[in-house]
Design a protein around this ligand. Structure first.
Ligand SMILES: [Zn+2]
Length: 205
């Protein structure tokens, strides 16, 4: 009796550690390997994408999956976005810091989509997909992401500079993210995907 209680307790502690994303050190040899933030995000993304394919009518198997499915998936995610992207008719078009709200739609930020594709591309090959057929590495996805980047850059009045010229302070952003890591999940999609923080910086470990 006692031993089963102990086992349960250990399991739930392990789950907490997993959910926490690894603040505690792994002292107990029974605990599973604690995934990094990137690895656990990648796993969630992969599960979300798999669920998305399953929910298609008719369902799409991974071997049938092509870049069109990926593009549709990215568009589908826009409804969960939190980044204001001004339309051409909006008076705030091109203003990085509008003084008042407007009715323009919220989208997934380019940086979030770009990082997501990177994770899914890696996950696809980790799950046995071949690099040659990797739909996430398809040229159509690159073109799509570049268009989103240019469009959002103009609409939001924010130039996306090359990395070495970047003025954004990544250390501060990571710090903010650590201080308040769950702030973006309130209106997220059902599969606990953590996508759009409304920033351009996506941490990559
Ligand atoms: Zn607007």
């Amino acid at each position: 009796m006692n031993s089963s209680v102990v086992v349960q307790k250990t399991a739930s502690t392990a789950m907490e550690n997993y959910a926490e994303g690894s603040k505690r050190s792994v002292g107990d040899q029974q605990q599973p390997v604690v995934l990094s933030r990137y690895e656990s995000q990648k796993r969630r993304d992969w599960n979300t994408f798999g669920q998305y394919l399953k929910n298609q009518r008719p369902p799409v198997s991974l071997s049938q999956c092509n870049s069109n499915h990926v593009l549709e998936f990215l568009r589908y995610l826009d409804q969960f976005g939190k980044t204001k992207v001004h339309l051409h008719g909006c008076v705030f078009f091109g203003q990085p810091d509008p003084p008042a709200p407007c009715t323009c739609p919220l989208r997934q930020a380019w940086g979030s989509l770009d990082a997501l594709i990177g994770r899914l591309r890696a996950a696809y090959e980790e799950h046995g997909g071949s690099p040659e057929n990797n739909p996430f590495g398809n040229g159509a996805i690159r073109v799509f992401l570049r268009e989103v980047k240019e469009c959002q850059s103009k609409a939001r009045g924010i130039p996306y500079k090359k990395k070495k010229k970047k003025k954004i302070n990544p250390i501060k952003l990571v710090h903010d993210e650590l201080k308040n890591p769950r702030q973006t999940t309130n209106f997220g999609p059902p599969k606990e995907i953590e996508m759009d923080s409304g920033r351009f910086f996506a941490p990559q470990e």
